[in-house]
Design a protein around this ligand. Structure first.
Ligand SMILES: NC(=O)c1ccc[n+]([C@@H]2O[C@H](COP(=O)([O-])OP(=O)(O)OC[C@H]3O[C@@H](n4cnc5c(N)ncnc54)[C@H](OP(=O)(O)O)[C@@H]3O)[C@@H](O)[C@H]2O)c1
Length: 294
């Protein structure tokens, strides 16, 4: 079994983004890629993700700005601010930290970000481009994009392979399945309405499994065939009295049993998570280069 080390791959990619910015700045000193993160409220998990993203920006030479609103902010005020950011030529990427408080329509807000600045890739126009056969999306949502990067990095053949994607959300499973299908795989999606028999049948025939469900032990060694490549997107917390926090992070996949059968597998933590973060930077730098026409 080979461990797909997302942490190491993301570190490599982060360095290459940093090098690229450094090189561009040599000939274009005015090149100043900038990301604005919009956060509403004070959810501790959101604040952690925002801090991580801003730190990553700083490390590679991207200007990162946080625009914080209190959780009572009105939807219209938020939309107006997003329109201002859309028009601001010094801003190349806008990221609205999700989830938003219940009184705000997330769909409306994510669609209010201009397509070219939508570094999360969640707007309808970006999504539509993923699903349209001939279209090339400006931005690909960071988690599926990071997974494709990892598979390519590990030289996993996609074309002609039998792939199962577990989960069909707009941010992970749905675009993931479509992007793999566009790369020539034959893809089946397992979701909450799939029967246990369907799940067992399709998983046991898969060359590649991507699990993005959010259920502990959703994929076990009994489900998979020898040689399978497994990408574990799930982030679940299980009680663990040996940890200071009282819990530990695990994925959807029973790693210990599956690692014996898989040819390649991602760990949790240290697999998909770090790739998701670095893809924000990748989408941002691509957006900035488009804006400057470099
Ligand atoms: N590591 C990372 O960077 C990263 C990034 C994003 C998400 N995640 C994690 O990945 C997981 C999925 O995230 P998400 O945003 O896609 O979640 P989500 O929006 O809740 O979607 C979960 C998907 O799993 C399906 N599902 C739920 N229970 C199921 C079951 N018992 N059998 C089969 N399918 C089932 C749902 O089916 P229906 O559509 O039928 O409801 C849905 O399509 C979560 O653990 C999340 O924390 C990790």
């Amino acid at each position: 079994m080979t461990l797909i080390n997302g942490k190491a791959i993301s570190t490599e990619l982060r360095q290459s983004i940093k090098d690229e910015i450094f090189e561009i700045k040599k000939s274009h000193p005015d090149f100043l890629p900038k990301l604005v993160i919009v956060q509403v409220g004070e959810r501790p998990d959101s604040s952690t993700y925002v801090r991580m993203k801003l730190k990553s920006c700083k490390e590679v030479g991207i200007e990162g700005e946080l625009l914080k609103f209190n959780s009572e902010v009105g939807q219209d005020e938020l939309v107006e601010k997003l329109h201002q950011l859309n028009d601001d030529t010094s801003v190349h990427g806008i990221l609205v930290q999700l989830p938003l408080p219940g009184h705000i329509d997330e769909e409306l807000i994510t669609n209010s970000v201009k397509q070219s600045k939508d570094v999360d890739g969640f707007s309808q126009l970006n999504m539509a481009a993923i699903f349209k056969r001939s279209a090339v999306p400006l931005q690909i949502p960071c988690t599926p994009k990071g997974i494709l990067f990892m598979l390519d990095h590990e030289k996993v053949q996609i074309q002609g392979r039998t792939v199962v994607v577990c989960g069909r959300s707009d941010i992970v499973g749905g675009p993931m399945a479509k992007l793999l299908e566009k790369r020539g795989a034959t893809v089946t999606i397992i979701h909450s309405k799939s029967t246990p028999e369907q799940k067992r049948f399709f998983l046991s025939h898969a060359d590649i499994i991507v699990s993005a469900v959010g259920r502990v032990n959703f994929v076990t060694a009994d489900d998979v065939r020898p040689g399978v490549v497994i990408i574990d997107v799930g982030t679940n917390f299980v009680p663990d009295s040996t940890k200071k926090s009282g819990h530990r992070l695990v994925g959807d996949v029973d790693f210990d049993s599956c690692k014996e059968k898989a040819s390649k597998i991602t760990p949790v933590p240290g697999g998909v998570g770090p790739m998701t973060v670095v893809m924000v930077l990748h989408n941002l730098i691509e957006a900035a280069k488009r804006e400057y026409s470099y």
